[in-house]
Design a protein around this ligand. Sequence first.
Ligand code: DGJ
Length: 362
Amino acid sequence: MTESREPALESRWKNGAIWPDNHGVHINAHGGHIVHFGNLWYWYGEHKIEGWEGRLAWHGVHAYSSPDLRHWTDCGIVLPVVDDPRSPICRGCRIERPKVIFCRKTGKFVMYFHSTDANHTLARCGVAVADQPLGPFRFLYAERPEKGCWPLDTTPADRDPAAIAACPKEEELKSWHGDIIRRSNILGRDLPNGQMSRDMTLFVDEDETAYHIYASEHNSTIHISRLTPDYLTHDGTYVRAFRYRWMEAPVLFRHGGRYFLMMSGCTSWAPNAARGAYADHIFGPWTEFGNPCEGTNPDNGCGPDLTFGAQGACVFFHENRHIVMLDIWNPENFIDSRYLWLPVKFQADGTFRLPYVESALS
Ligand code: DGJ
């Protein structure tokens, strides 16, 4: 496999450039998560290969560590794919948007990811656990969350048995069937086997309660679910936020007493306009305030309407700033997808902006 190599040292940490690891190889951890454990930063993400084939998982979840966010050591694959075709993490499946959190109560590192097959039909949440930040992570299960549980914001109409029976089967609906999805009782249909779970993130609140935020109901609606105290599963408490807004790539953070979300529209890997939202409680009500992006990415000419050519992956907190990491996907050659780090600017009106900057670390 050929890899993208460092072109010039002066391009280091310039947004959209090749970002070299300790071997001079472009960091390969896409849809990722940057998180601080102990004295080090860790960067987990999807290991991509060249070409369109890179959309699938051929290796697993790749991790890097760094003392300072500038020097990254390649720590290898911490959740490898397996050769058993019956396994949810078999070679050639999809392991997307991995996120890792530390559970103080159990002392374990817990990884969640979007787990699905090559054809994207499964919409499950995968969970793995490790004793150390660099694993090895032990795969636990891949399932649909909230089996048998109604959300906190359930309405009487949601429970209507006739509406549930009339809902088209999952395999009859495609993402472009927006109107049918909006009119159908997907929530009730999926109650017995669990809710669909695709693009996702994790968030640990100040009181150590953890949440799983994921695109559900054929990507039409974001669900926010509370996890059990050991973070290993959902505790049955969740809400349906942003109903029928068709959003993906959720990135959630907190500043003061307020929660913020950045999300994308649903155009797969192609960039679209980001959307921002805030709430005073993680379960809402959430208020959307439009596109937080400002400025233009000079390398590709993309402005806010295309989120600088990128899509959100995660947020990390460094030197008093929340920094959003985004992926500039390259579906023609996934291994050459690039990254943006953009510091968040909180506004007096209670919203946030995401201005384009050349580098978040200069
Ligand atoms: C939709 C997401 O928003 C993309 O970034 C990517 O994760 C694809 N799904 C992958 O299938």
